[in-house]
Design a protein around this ligand. Structure first.
Ligand code: URA
Ligand code: CA
Length: 433
């Protein structure tokens, strides 16, 4: 099979067979197919798209390009959650203990990654002593014993995706829905998920800014999952403003603790209950979403979810006293209030720009070698639709330096105040299964 024939077939709108896709991905992973041929193929896919069968075959070819995690020693249906990424998204920290407390086994592989704030692991590491270094047996034993554990992502998962993603990044082929969908789904499947709940974000702070694109991506991932025997549900959620109030690592841990106590921000709570309900139904611990939501609400009000979070921290070396004394989390040296310059109603809080402001403070990584400051970040006192008075604080900046000019400029740029009443954007904008 000549690679050039596969490229021309796709270029001319043909459908690649399973054998052809497998040989392409195997050759590329092993290095017998060079980057220039794979670039041409990615571009052909970008313009021609892929059929549902091709997308499913590409996903599984990438799954089988490296190590796959076997979670069969954990009893129950392992449901994983994936978010397409946003600003101040604290859901994993809340969801993992929340669903585990009602009996959904959570075997979470997580990353550090790049972004406005750290990944789930960075956030958890702001709890003194907490670590994710353990072997696979310990990981599985912890999930069986406590119902949840978080481990760092293995470097050996889906090498084909790693290589292809890097290539797409420099060849103008990132933004192809079948390539994005198979990339994301291959990683979830290789990490051992039996079922998958996707949180696909839409709006300014999201990867897919347009609702129609977010919907298409969600439908594509759900279709792939269902075709390869992993029940998959997607929730579409708004990211036109940051989720919750906290953007920053330790600040988000505190926000997650508040949410587990039942006093968290309304949007974050609602999203966690929604995603958690889907997870509970897929895991078979609740008959339907309504019953699931009731169980989750009870887990919060009885303190069962918070208790699970403490057990989880202790099992991974973390100091559980942060739950009752969040001041033990890393704290920034300086706090600055950002007063409103005019009165009215908050009309926009441009999520992406707010994320960049947090990054300027040091909350995120610009490159994979940057170090991140767990203590710094931004806390929003207002969300879209809220009334404000002149001089009232819009946000608190938590900083470890005194000069914050650039950060202030970005924050003022991001937050627009209108003289007219503003209707807040709905958080949950769709569902695909
Ligand atoms: N995230 C991924 O993991 N893969 C993509 O292709 C795009 C976003
Ligand atoms: Ca948040």
């Amino acid at each position: 099979m000549r690679t050039v024939d596969l490229i021309t077939k796709k270029r001319d709108g043909g459908e690649l067979t399973e054998t052809e896709i497998n040989s392409l991905i195997r050759g590329y992973t092993e290095g017998t197919i060079p980057d220039y041929q794979m670039s041409a193929m990615a571009m052909a896919i970008f313009f021609r798209g892929m059929t549902p069968t091709e997308r499913a075959n590409l996903t599984m070819a990438m799954v089988h390009s490296g190590e796959t995690i076997d979670l069969s020693a954990i009893s129950g249906i392992k449901v994983d959650k994936h978010s397409t990424g946003g600003v101040g998204d604290t859901t994993t920290l809340v969801l993992a203990p929340l669903v585990a407390s009602i009996g959904v086994p959570v075997a979470k592989m997580s990353g550090r990654g790049l972004g406005h704030t750290g990944g789930t692991i960075d956030k958890l590491e702001s709890v003194p002593g907490f670590h994710v270094e353990m072997d696979n047996e310990t990981f599985i034993e912890l999930v069986n014993r406590n119902g949840l554990a978080v481990i760092g992502q293995s470097d050996n998962l889906t090498p084909a995706d790693k290589k292809l993603y890097g290539l797409r990044d420099v060849t103008g082929t990132v933004n192809s829905i079948p390539l994005i969908a198979s990339s994301i789904m291959s990683k979830k499947i290789a990490s051992g998920a039996d079922a998958i709940v996707l949180d696909v974000k839409t709006g300014d702070g999201a990867f897919m800014k347009e609702m129609s694109e977010a919907e298409e991506l969600a439908a594509c991932m759900v279709d792939i999952g269902n075709r390869v025997g992993r029940r998959t549900v997607a929730v579409l959620s708004d990211m036109s403003q940051p989720l919750g109030n906290a953007i920053g690592n330790a600040l988000e841990v505190k926000e997650a603790i508040d949410t587990l106590k039942g006093v968290g921000p309304e949007d974050l709570t609602d999203l966690c209950l929604t995603l958690g309900s889907h997870m509970a139904v897929l895991a078979g611990v609740a008959a339907d979403k309504v019953a699931a939501r009731k169980l989750l609400e009870e887990a919060i009000s009885t303190g069962q979810a918070l208790e699970k979070f403490k057990i989880f921290l202790i099992a991974q070396g973390g100091d559980p006293s942060v739950v009752d004394a969040p001041e033990r989390l890393p704290t920034a040296k300086y706090r600055f209030e950002v007063p409103a310059k005019e009165a009215g109603f908050v009309a926009t809080i441009a999520a992406e720009n707010m994320g960049l402001a947090a990054m300027l403070l040091g909350a995120g990584r610009a490159t994979k070698d940057s170090t991140i400051d767990l203590a710094v970040g931004i806390f929003l006192h207002k969300k879209i639709g809220d009334p404000v008075q002149v001089g009232e604080s819009l946000v608190t900046i938590h900083a470890n330096r005194e000069s914050i000019e650039e950060v202030l400029i970005r924050i003022y740029e991001s937050i627009q105040i209108s003289g007219q009443r503003v209707t807040p954007p709905p958080l949950l904008v769709g569902e695909i299964k």
